[in-house]
Ligand binder design. Structure first.
Ligand code: NAD
Length: 499
């Protein structure tokens, strides 16, 4: 990997011209390992120009040939998995196994996009009126952009770009400035897969680059994933500039544990869902809602030794179960939340703040923490911590557990652990959350379904990937056709009525 990550426009690496750059850290050692160029408006414009120039030919390329590029991309991602995952680990901190899993979840979207000829098939009605036929078709939007967060530098660009591109659009990716290197590798792989220059471009940067994307009239649609505050801004600014926008935001995912749940299974589930990737997942379980004191006591008793013995270490050590947090700033923020929880009166059963990892003293490592007796007025309950901190809330009964999920401002994911089919069915029907698990702690939909939350976890109308992704990246056209043989002589001045 070079010392400087630059933009990738029109099939080649383009050095930054703005004079602004950011530092990229390895969070395991707390040191700057390379830098990334930050784009200004002119550099974003260069990417838009390249994408606009490539668009007519790409949109006219038969969907089958566009899909063949995706088949080759799938093979390349598989072949290069062992070199791609460490890039994610080095800049993000997650374990190599976790990085591979995240690339695989992205790869599944590439596999979905391989079926684009089928997905773009429209509808046809013969004889909507006498000798009049009607059909609908889906056409690409033009140039579209994706703005992505730090926590999944591979998966989230792969949620967006394969579908956008297979639908016939040209794509501009603005990845997180914290871990931007994977984006350039992806650009190289797209090119190797046979994608024409200008169809996939990468501009790096911070909010200047984002604002240039939002304000650029040459960009038709923006897909965003990140924090709720940013998502809301992206949505309103993008819409004000006449763009189609889907903006996915933050989360506070509740896992409801019923008295009849298999507690061993529930404990295993929480371990991965709360502490995997150091809690830096938008689908992480950050709140365990124990229904009844007995469930809560049982859960705490089982969880505490497990969390205490979590193997924390650098993501490239195969023994590691939990890597560092992404940055010093984020580490301080998570520490601040643990302080706040103690101040607000929650019971800190396990304190991860004092972890000291020999040989990695400057890394952003933290042990797992557990708060018990968290209440709904506390900041650790209401705000997204995005770290390895679990809040256990004691609910007196099932109805108050569901009410908690429904009253929370976020509605990304949730899960219920129970053996009771009626409770599970009632929960899946009534909970005001976009993605629901039944004895599944992280119910991330597969690529051929769509991903998205409710309430302040998503701004816009479309969820991501799956059928919703195809709808987002295409516009519908309806055609009504009559051939000369069916045309009656004479002008008609009243509104046409078929049949
Ligand atoms: P972030 O909002 O800080 O950054 C996301 C992107 O927006 C980055 O590319 C960044 O450069 C840009 N950005 C940041 N601040 C901006 C500003 N003021 N103006 C314009 N652009 C700006 O998010 P993050 O810290 O990278 O990611 C973590 C967040 O993402 C968490 O809140 C997490 O829940 C959320 N997330 C949500 C989902 C989901 O599917 N709902 C998935 C993953 C992550």
């Amino acid at each position: 990997m070079s010392d400087l990550i630059s933009h990738y426009i029109n099939g080649q690496t383009v050095a930054g011209a703005s004079g602004r750059r950011g530092d990229i850290y390895n969070p395991a050692i707390g040191e700057v390992i390379r830098q990334v160029d930050f784009a200004n408006g002119a550099e974003v414009q260069a990417a838009v120009d390249a994408a606009q120039a490539a668009f007519p030919a790409w949109a006219a390329t038969p969907p089958l040939r566009r899909a063949r590029v995706m088949f080759r991309l799938k093979e390349l991602l598989e072949r290069h998995m062992n070199e791609l995952a460490p890039i994610v680990t080095e800049e993000h901190g997650k374990t190599v196994d976790d990085a591979k899993g995240s690339i695989t979840r992205g790869l599944e979207v590439v596999e979905f996009a391989c079926g684009m000829p089928h997905l773009l098939k429209g509808e046809f009605t013969e004889n909507v009126g006498s000798e009049v036929d009607s059909y609908s078709l889906r056409q690409p939007l033009g140039v579209v952009a994706g703005i992505t967060p730090f926590n999944f530098p591979a998966m989230i660009p792969l949620w967006m770009s394969p579908i956008a591109i297979a639908c016939g659009n040209c794509f501009i990716l603005k990845p997180s400035e914290k871990d931007p290197s994977f984006a350039n590798k992806l650009a190289e792989l797209y090119k190797e897969a046979g994608l024409p220059d200008g169809v996939f471009n990468v501009v790096h940067g911070d909010k200047d680059a984002v604002n240039a994307i939002l304000e650029n009239p040459g960009i038709q649609a923006v897909s965003f994933v990140g924090a709720t505050k940013t998502a809301e801004y992206i949505y309103h600014t993008g819409v004000a500039h006449n763009k189609r926008v889907q903006a996915l935001g933050g989360a506070k995912n509740h896992m409801v544990i019923m008295p009849d749940a298999d507690m061993a299974q529930a404990t295993d589930a929480i371990m991965g869902a709360a502490y995997g990737s150091a809690g830096e997942r938008c689908m992480a379980i950050s709140v365990a809602v124990a229904v009844g004191d007995q469930v809560a006591d049982n859960l705490i008793e089982r969880l505490t030794p497990r969390v205490q013995s979590l193997k924390v270490g650098p993501g490239n050590d195969p023994q590691t179960e939990m890597g560092p947090l992404v940055s010093r700033e984020h580490f301080d923020k998570v520490m601040g939340y643990i302080d706040a929880g103690v101040r607000e009166g929650a019971d800190l059963v396990l304190d991860g703040r004092s972890l000291n990892l020999q040989g990695y003293e400057n890394g952003y490592f933290m042990g797992g923490s557990i708060f018990d007796r968290v209440t709904t007025d506390m900041s650790i309950y209401n705000e997204e911590i995005f770290g390895p901190v679990l809040s256990v809330v004691r609910a007196p009964d099932y109805a108050s557990a569901v009410k908690m999920c429904n009253d929370h401002e976020y509605g990304n994911g949730t899960a219920i652990f129970t053996r009771d089919g009626d409770a599970a069915r009632h929960f899946t029907n009534s909970v005001q959350v976009g993605m629901v698990g039944v004895n599944v702690p992280i119910p991330v939909p597969m690529a051929f379904h769509s991903f998205g939350g409710w309430k302040r976890s998503l701004f816009g109308d479309h969820h991501m990937h799956g059928p919703e992704g195809v709808r987002f990246y295409t516009k519908m056209k309806a055609v009504t056709a009559r051939w000369p043989g069916g045309i009656r002589a004479g002008a008609e001045f009243s509104i046409p009525v078929m049949g």
